[in-house]
Design a protein around this ligand. Structure first.
Ligand code: BGC
Length: 340
């Protein structure tokens, strides 16, 4: 009898625990389930923005938004299309607008639409200029920018190269660094700053450089592959360092370097920006010298946190910054683990 009672108690305890677990599972955060978020991406095929959007969506859902109420639109790199998309999202009465502008110089138009409709606006990834940002603060508008300072990423690229030592990178021993630069979209401040500040960081060490070529690869792998292949053909072993404004282009450079029979770390050096998984792996494999982590995870979380603050009527700063991180063989695995 005693045994039966104990068994019964055990079964009841188990049932109670299972019910409690089940209940825990059911406890999905639904705090903002009815709130609508509009996300406008400049170009849906951009490798970095794909990661960013996915993280943003995932994090918004974890904070209580419903997947179906988060609407992402792709402007396919066309500003007119994006303006129309913003207009439509405003008509759909989204609670917050998140915009990755095609041309940051057009931000004023988007800001005016959002402010007129009294919808809070968060710019991401492509920073509108100072005059535009001043309008937000001077008028107390619910508009902000979340992003990194691209000057820092350029500086870090230069430092990754120079940290190897001039004796290592100066392959022809002329006391200078011969390099090629593969730029992203030149309208984009990230591309401009990375191009300038990577070289400034080298000059800051009292080292002179020769720019062998500087071309626009528009953030794209295939475009960069062609540029680097042509340069390797035209200038051969004169090229000591290849700077790419992002990793998608550095991955194209790797293909060109391999096809030309050159070896990174031995007869050429290559740096990018973003820390895409493939780039971290390439660093570990010795196919790339380094990159700079453009922390889309922290940026996406800050964006969602701002969205929530706006919805709750809390104050949001007009500029929210995030730091870049240097990535070399020493920490590439660590960053790769973070990205998995
Ligand atoms: C990233 C690039 C990306 C660009 C899009 C930059 O911050 O480094 O990979 O293509 O943003 O605007």
């Amino acid at each position: 009898m005693k045994k039966r009672i104990i068994t019964l108690i055990l079964i009841l305890a188990m049932m109670f625990t299972m019910a409690a677990c089940g209940k825990e599972k059911e406890e999905v955060n639904t705090a903002y389930i009815d709130r609508k978020v509009g996300i406008c991406i400049y170009k849906g095929t951009d490798d970095f923005m794909k990661l960013y959007e996915a993280e943003l969506r995932k994090y918004l859902i974890s904070q209580g938004f419903a997947d179906e109420n988060i609407k992402t639109v792709d402007a396919k790199n066309d500003q007119k299309t994006q303006n129309e998309q913003v207009k439509k999202l405003i008509e759909d009465k989204v609670d917050v607008l998140i915009v990755n502008p095609v041309n940051p110089s057009n931000a004023g138009t988007i800001t005016d639409m959002a402010v007129d409709a009294e919808i809070p606006l968060i710019y991401i990834n492509r920073e509108p200029d100072k005059d535009e940002q001043d309008r937000w603060s001077n008028n107390g508008w619910k508009v902000t920018y979340v992003g990194c300072d691209a000057r820092q990423s350029g500086k870090m690229q230069g430092e990754i190269v120079i940290d190897l030592g001039l004796d290592v990178i100066d392959l022809n021993k002329d006391g200078k660094v011969q390099y090629i630069m593969v730029e992203g979209d030149p309208e984009n401040i990230d591309a401009q700053y990375r191009t300038q500040f990577s070289i400034k960081a080298i000059n800051a060490q009292g080292i002179f450089v020769d720019c062998i070529d500087d071309q626009v690869g528009n953030w794209e792998t295939v475009a960069a592959q062609t540029i680097v292949a042509d340069d390797l053909m035209a200038y051969g072993d004169k090229i000591e360092v290849i700077f790419c404004n992002n990793d998608a282009m550095a991955l194209g450079a790797i293909r060109a370097i391999k096809a030309a029979g050159r070896t990174v770390g031995k007869d050429v050096f290559l740096v990018g920006v973003d820390a895409l998984k493939e780039a971290c792996q390439a660093i570990l494999d010795g196919d790339m010298t380094g990159t700079v982590f453009n922390d889309h995870i922290t940026q996406a979380h800050s964006v969602a946190d701002c969205a929530i603050k706006f919805i709750e009527g809390k104050r949001v700063d007009n500029y929210i910054a995030c730091d870049y991180v240097k990535v070399t063989k020493d920490n590439a695995q660590e960053i790769l683990d973070l990205l998995k």
